[in-house]
Ligand binder design. Structure first.
Ligand code: ADP
Ligand code: ASP
Ligand code: MG
Length: 604
């Protein structure tokens, strides 16, 4: 007999009939001889309705009262589902997050789970009951025992955390689509179902806008080796397995907060090529990386900062041995990249051979803005200047001068309590097996805004100060990009830094940075909310030339201008204008052959 945790999302319990259908499915699982814990979301769009009610009363409702309000949604569905099970003759009991001992931090509306005491659930299971648990909520570890919620979409996280705590055999996420698809079928009707995806890939996709799974749920599955499956509530199809590479059997203490960083990595085989002042119009990145791909050169990081005037800078890294070839390609196309504006110079190529990349890696850094900031601060204190930054959900990498790398690594190992003997001497991302598709899926995030800080003095510690201040205000930052070009202002060399945040945080981020403008000595702080981020994700893109080129070419063919580019080892993200977002997603999805003939039915 095995123990199964099943989670049903809002649409799946949206009506009385659907709740009854869920009860039948649960009963069937019990009849097959399994113990079942069910986690449910609020019915249909209940949570959205509650949020709206709150905003009808207050422009900025208190976060504590929001938790009090929003947690009621799940309480309705657990009671109803439990009744539906009892109607079928199946003993069942509904329990709130607090009653099953889901203890969280006292951070309202975005609490992390600290631990789960499975004792009561285990007792109820022994009594032969199905235990129906309210997702999305917990109880704080403070003396006041506050009701907390985990953040929107958090029922997935409740389910996987319970599965980890109960050492369940499998956690099944039942939803309104047949499983994880190559992209959102509501935006791309010919998205296809996948049988399997790795946790690392899913973590990226979930964080880049694929809301089919809460990223933190994937993180817990990965850290605790929970077998995770996403399936349809309406059919018996097997759905998609989310596979984790290892099962460490970690302690459940500090469940979501232990270990922000698992490893420090170093790659000394890097060289940088930068093209400065390339015209800011569609097709430039496509041409450059098309040529690079023709030479079969593997690019690692690619970044393009925000434009300045009518031109952009694009920089990328390659291995040392590819540098001469990459430089030759860039030199060859530079003269033809003259801007239409005759007053502007032609593009200029800059190379730097002796580069290294230091990274911190770990799933525990998700949604914790302080971790990247701590890395920048640590490097600044060690006197290391950061030349390029690349971020993903589980890794922050900085390109630095090779001469700095010993100091950088020592300082990072010290700061994040990593034994330097465990240091991965080059990127630990495994070379994928040949049958890994270069791109597994694509995602669109329309919820982001771009901020630009102009003319930041180019000295160690500036990124640290900027991102520490944002972290202190709880602002999570994504896609951090420093411009390659320097500008001399009153004798000080300066660069621009651009990054993205969620739209909800944009105004606050701008205020925080404006307040410090005089003290830190940078220029204007600009916000653009009308952007969309389109991304592709796949383990198979590691060491496989041409993937970035293909993405840029797909966008160029649609005449879509790329405003910023940021990559990590397993993802490429491009910022485009908001109105071109869906078209960009469709073009990229098709370009990587992800489209198919299967038509996914999506309920309204
Ligand atoms: P639930 O209420 O069951 O938690 P959600 O609405 O949170 O459901 O998540 C399911 C939705 O996620 C789907 O209806 C789909 O529109 C969207 N989605 C976005 N990206 C993907 C993807 N790659 N695969 C499947 N669904 C996706
Ligand atoms: N009901 C919550 C929400 O809508 C949690 C969830 O459904 O996962 O965000
Ligand atoms: Mg959901």
């Amino acid at each position: 007999m095995s123990l199964i945790v099943q989670k049903y999302g809002g649409t799946s319990v949206g009506t009385v009939e659907r709740i009854q259908a869920v009860a039948k499915r649960v009963q069937k699982t019990v009849a097959q001889g399994h113990s079942v814990v069910v986690v449910v979301s609020a019915m249909g769009k209940t949570t959205d309705g509650l949020v709206k009610l709150a905003h009808d009363i207050s422009a900025q409702p208190s976060r504590r009262e929001m938790d009090m309000l929003l947690s009621t949604g799940e309480q309705v569905s657990i009671a109803l589902l439990s009744m539906a099970l009892q109607e079928l003759g199946q003993p069942a009991i509904s329990l709130t997050g607090a009653q099953v001992g889901i203890v969280t931090e006292a951070e309202h509306t975005r609490a992390r789970i600290l631990n789960i005491d499975p004792e009561r659930v285990e007792r109820c299971l022994l009594d032969g009951k199905v235990v129906v648990v309210a997702g999305f909520q917990g109880i704080s570890n403070s003396t006041d025992l506050e009701i907390t919620t985990l953040g929107r979409g958090g029922s997935d996280t409740s389910a996987v955390a319970l599965a980890a705590a109960l050492r369940a055999d499998v956690c099944e996420i039942y939803t309104d689509v047949p499983g994880i698809l190559t992209t959102d079928p509501r935006l791309v009707p010919d998205a296809q179902l996948m049988d399997e995806i790795t946790c690392d890939e899913m973590l990226e996709l979930a964080s880049l806008g694929a809301k089919v799974l809460h990223p933190r749920a994937v993180e817990i599955a990965r850290n605790y080796g929970v077998m995770l499956v996403v399936r349809s509530s309406w059919t018996d199809e097997p759905g998609t397995r989310v596979v984790s590479p290892f099962n460490e059997g970690r302690s459940l203490e500090g469940l979501e907060i232990a270990h922000p960083v698992d490893a420090v990595e170093l790659d000394t085989n890097q060289a940088k090529v930068a093209l400065l002042r390339v015209p800011d119009h569609p097709g430039i990145a496509a041409r450059l990386f098309g040529e690079i791909a023709l030479q079969d050169l593997d690019v690692d990081l690619v970044i393009q900062s925000i434009h300045e005037g009518n031109t952009n800078d694009i920089a990328f890294t390659v291995t040392q041995s590819s540098l001469n070839q990459a430089e030759a390609v860039a030199e060859a196309i530079a003269p033809s990249l003259r801007s239409h504006d005759a007053a502007l110079d032609e593009a200029e190529v800059m190379v730097q051979a002796q580069m290294a990349k230091v990274s911190i890696a770990g799933a525990g850094m998700i949604g914790r803005p302080g971790v990247a900031a701590q890395m920048f601060t640590t490097l600044a204190k060690a006197g290391v200047n950061i030349q390029m930054i690349s971020t993903s959900e589980v890794k922050v990498s900085c390109a630095i001068a090779r001469d700095d790398c010993d100091r950088a690594v020592e300082a990072l190992c010290d700061a994040f309590h990593i034994a330097s003997s465990t240091l991965a001497s080059h990127s630990s991302t495994p070379v994928p097996e040949a049958d890994f598709p270069p791109v597994r899926g694509a995602a669109l995030d329309r919820n982001q805004a771009r901020l630009a800080v102009r003319s930041v003095p180019d000295r160690p510690g500036m990124a640290a100060q900027i991102f520490t201040r944002l972290a202190t205000h709880g602002v999570s930052v994504d896609m951090i990009i420093q411009s390659q070009r320097c500008r001399l202002l009153d004798g000080t060399t300066t660069r621009d830094i651009a990054f993205t945040v969620t739209q909800a945080d944009a105004e606050m981020a701008q205020q925080v940075l404006r307040a410090d403008q005089a003290e830190l000595g940078y220029g204007e702080v600009l916000v653009d909310p009308a952007i969309a981020k389109v991304s592709v994700v796949g383990m198979g893109m590691v060491h496989r030339p041409g993937v970035a080129a293909k993405m840029f070419q797909a966008l160029a063919k649609q005449d879509i201008n790329i405003q910023m580019i940021a990559t990590s080892e397993i993802k490429i993200s491009c910022l485009v204008s908001e109105e071109e977002g869906v078209q960009a997603l469709q073009a990229v999805h098709a370009a990587f052959g992800l489209s198919g003939s299967q038509r996914i039915q999506v309920p309204a």
